[in-house]
Design a protein around this ligand. Structure first.
Ligand code: AKG
Ligand code: FE2
Length: 208
């Protein structure tokens, strides 16, 4: 306990005040100790897979590993990949409960990304699938290596790109009109870096 209180940094809230968006970052939302434990546990216990996507008739291997967990009745499709969720685990429920106190919603689904090294990445996109509803709320948690999260306004090209380093134990919350007006990505880096686990909690509306 003493060690924790001495060495752990306090959570820090940063509101980016972006036009047409609501993006807030909490650094050190999870303590260093909690983050280390969760990183190691998720790395080995999550059922990671590597998917292929079809783009203009050609197949591409996605440059990262992914996994879908969540409520059993909530399927999720993105980039032509249809995923059926695995059941919530103890780790995921702990993380979900903690972020729900801030986000004020009950998340139904968690899409996880495992970036093995600097060559793994995610291209520009908006999380605006129709099952996420009109104004998607996306809660993004990072464990492991810091990667840069880039945001770019879709129509106001005079606005500068925003680069946000997402650190071990951080929690980024995107909501409101963010997914209508801004796209985001995780670029590759030539730096020799180790792996990062990202969890994006989402609310999937009722499906038939
Ligand atoms: O790895 C990240 O921080 C971004 C993940 C993301 O944008 C997504 O899963 O939709
Ligand atoms: Fe995304």
């Amino acid at each position: 306990m003493f060690q924790n209180s001495l060495f752990n940094q306090l959570p820090e809230k940063i509101d980016f005040n972006l036009p047409d968006a609501d993006v807030v970052l909490y650094n050190n939302f999870f303590s260093a100790n909690e983050s280390n434990l969760l990183f190691n546990s998720l790395k080995t216990s999550i059922k990671w897979q590597q998917d292929k996507i079809k783009f203009y008739g050609k197949e591409f291997i996605i440059p990262r590993l992914t996994a879908l967990y969540g409520d059993e009745d909530k399927r999720y499709s993105y980039s032509g990949i249809h995923m059926h969720p695995h059941q919530w685990t103890h780790d995921l429920n702990c993380i979900k409960n903690k972020i729900e106190t801030i986000a004020n919603v009950k998340f139904t689904t968690c899409l996880l990304n495992y970036y093995r090294n600097g060559n793994d990445s995610m291209n520009w996109h908006q999380d605006n699938e129709k099952e996420l509803g009109e104004n998607p709320i996306i809660a993004s948690v990072t464990f492991g290596e810091t990667r840069t999260f880039q945001l770019k306004h879709i129509t106001k090209t005079n606005l500068k790109r925003v680069d946000i380093p997402l650190q071990h134990g951080s929690f980024l919350l995107m909501q409101g009109s963010t997914q209508h007006f801004w796209k985001h990505k995780i670029p590759k880096t030539k730096k020799q870096i180790s792996s990062r686990i990202n969890l994006t909690f989402r609310v999937i509306k009722n499906q038939n």
